[in-house]
Design a binder for this molecule. Structure first.
Ligand SMILES: Cc1cc2nc3c(=O)[nH]c(=O)nc-3n(C[C@H](O)[C@H](O)[C@H](O)COP(=O)(O)OP(=O)(O)OC[C@H]3O[C@@H](n4cnc5c(N)ncnc54)[C@H](O)[C@@H]3O)c2cc1C
Length: 526
């Protein structure tokens, strides 16, 4: 039996933030991670000299990453991560907020009949960005160095006041972005260009604020995984202990005991869970809970287990026999690219649903024809690590990650039919075809090797339901805190001395909220 006063389960960004915060304040912390390394949905790997991000392609600073680097004295260089937006052969490098006006011009050129609608949409984006600036624009005082607290007091009070006003306004803008865009335009193609790369029904304040976030991305030298490795080192330097390949399969909340898949037991005084909440509520033993807590726990369990995660992603990883200069001439290292202005229309919504409804009668031809249109008309997130960091690929060659949102349910049906390998190879080919038909024509014949990940492989690696990368689906009522005023409550559970953090406890989620909730959970444990 291993005993530690605080145990953190899960070594993703939420778990590492919590563990490091506690270790820094002198607590004895044990971090248990099911994989052979930390990072979860933020990790980097190398294949044949090509470095790729397995998860988030870069980090959104959001007033958190830089202060975190400073607070924990992480010795890491942060490189710029310029974003390009592209539709067909119209490419726009984002350089500050003024780019929004150039984006408006680009859209007007593409859709001359919808110029007033473009103006209305851009005005709405501007309005949302003004609000979100308060959230993302300044360093979050929660991550200020302790000795500076007094000096920071005036700015903290000012920040809090602005924050409260902003939070109030933001809470009112939580309608799905599709409904919001419907009020501003009737041109479906135009609306698709704005929103088809967002998760379905993303709240409008979150979706439309992304334009501001494009200016806020950064890339750690060595990759996102290098940043994670620095957090790991900082944690271990402060006496923290990590046990890898340790998957927790039982939580005995009454006796404050965890059990892993090998039968080892761990005792804790306080525990922070940062894996999937479905797993926690599934494996937690409610025996011994007091009546009130028991009722609340079972109610919450029912809600958690009956809801699904948001769409996941399909990612094609490519090693290309072309020099980085070929790609640099066309766009920056991080690109959101749509090969066709027509847009997806209902391909990823009604048509997908129709395919799933009649799955038993769907033929390979039906599926591959849907896939061809899905790829040709979609928006891809393209990341080219070597354009940020020269060490990321062998000399004269380029590694690329091209990804697109993808539904777990469909890939599950495909796997159950025995078509998984054939489908993923075809998907890779269609992605290459779509992108090389547009921005990078020479790429088609120059792919040295390729492989891909799907919602299923994401689920298998990090245990995230439906392969979700941002927690709960926005299509149903969310069984977690969604109100920014209540973020501090998001880490509470009905189990005594058990807190939770990460992408499942607060929505909308992503890297920044995983960090915030990790931090809050740690503070509750102190
Ligand atoms: C392709 C991609 C692009 C993304 N882009 C962005 C972006 O642009 N902006 C943004 O904000 N976010 C982005 N994200 C999302 C962001 O990376 C995640 O939301 C965030 O990293 C989640 O962190 P987490 O710690 O909550 O969860 P995770 O990273 O999932 O960490 C959970 C950890 O717990 C471990 N674990 C799970 N179950 C157990 C168990 N039973 N026992 C022990 N360990 C367990 C897992 O192995 C994992 O290491 C992206 C993600 C992906 C994959």
């Amino acid at each position: 039996m291993k005993e530690k006063s605080i145990i953190v389960v899960g070594g993703g960004i939420a778990g590492l933030t919590a563990a490091l915060t506690l270790a820094k304040s002198g607590k004895e912390v044990l971090l248990l991670e099911k994989n052979e390394k930390c990072g979860g949905l933020m990790s980097t790997f190398t294949k044949d000299g090509f470095r790729f991000e397995a998860g988030a392609r870069a980090l959104v600073n959001a007033g958190l990453i830089k202060p975190l680097i400073k607070e924990f004295d992480l010795d890491i260089e942060v490189l710029p991560n310029p974003i390009t937006l592209g539709i067909e052969d119209n490419l726009l490098r984002i350089e500050g907020e003024e780019s929004l006006l150039r984006y408006a011009d680009l859209l007007k050129d593409l859709y001359p009949g919808s110029r007033p609608e473009v103006d209305r949409i851009i005005e709405s984006i501007q309005n949302i960005i003004e609000n979100m600036k308060v959230l993302y624009g300044a360093n979050n005082p929660l991550f200020a160095k302790k000795k500076n607290y007094l000096l920071l007091l005036p700015s903290m009070i000012c920040w809090m006041a602005k924050l409260m006003r902003t939070l109030y306004r933001i809470q009112k803008m939580d309608t799905p972005f599709e409904e919001h865009l419907d009020l501003l335009s009737e041109n479906q193609s135009l609306k698709d260009m704005i929103g088809q790369h967002f998760f379905k029904k993303t709240p409008v304040f979150f979706a439309l604020s992304y334009f501001a976030l494009y200016n806020d991305y950064l890339y750690p030298k060595g990759g996102v995984g290098a940043f994670i490795q620095k957090l790991v080192e900082a944690f271990e330097k402060r006496g923290g202990e990590i046990r890898y390949q340790t998957e927790i399969t039982r939580v005995d909340a009454h006796n404050k005991r965890l059990c892993d898949s090998e039968g080892n037991e761990y005792e804790y005084q306080k525990m922070i869970w940062t894996g999937d909440l479905k797993t926690l509520y599934d494996i937690a033993d409610d025996e011994g809970l007091e009546k009130d807590s028991l009722l609340k726990f079972r109610e919450k369990r029912q809600a958690i287990l009956s809801h699904k995660g948001a769409e996941s992603v399909f990612s094609a990883f490519l090693a290309v026999d072309l020099p980085p200069e070929y790609f640099r001439e066309k766009a920056s290292a991080h690109l959101f690219y749509t090969p066709d202005r027509k847009g997806l229309g209902t391909i990823h919504t009604l048509e997908l649903q129709e395919l799933l409804n009649r799955w038993d009668s769907v033929t390979r031809e039906d599926l591959f024809s849907w896939l061809e249109r899905f790829c040709r008309l979609n928006t891809f997130e393209i990341s080219i690590p070597v354009l940020r960091d020269a060490d990321a690929a062998p000399s004269g060659k380029t590694g690329m990650i091209i990804s697109v949102l993808f539904d777990y349910e469909l890939i599950r049906c495909i796997r159950d039919r025995g078509w998984y390998d054939e489908f993923t190879k075809e998907f890779e080919a269609q992605v290459i075809h779509a992108v090389s038909s547009g921005i990078y024509p020479d790429m088609r014949e120059k792919v040295l090797f390729r492989f891909s990940t799907t919602p299923i492989s994401i689920y298998d690696r990090v245990g995230s339901s439906e392969g979700s990368i941002v927690g709960w689906s926005f299509e149903e009522k969310i069984p977690a805190v969604t109100n920014m005023f209540k973020m501090a409550d998001s880490v509470k559970t009905e189990l005594p001395d058990v807190y939770a953090a990460g992408k499942w406890v607060y929505s909308p989620a992503g890297g920044p909220t995983a960090i915030m909730t990790g931090r809050i959970a740690a503070k509750k444990c102190k």
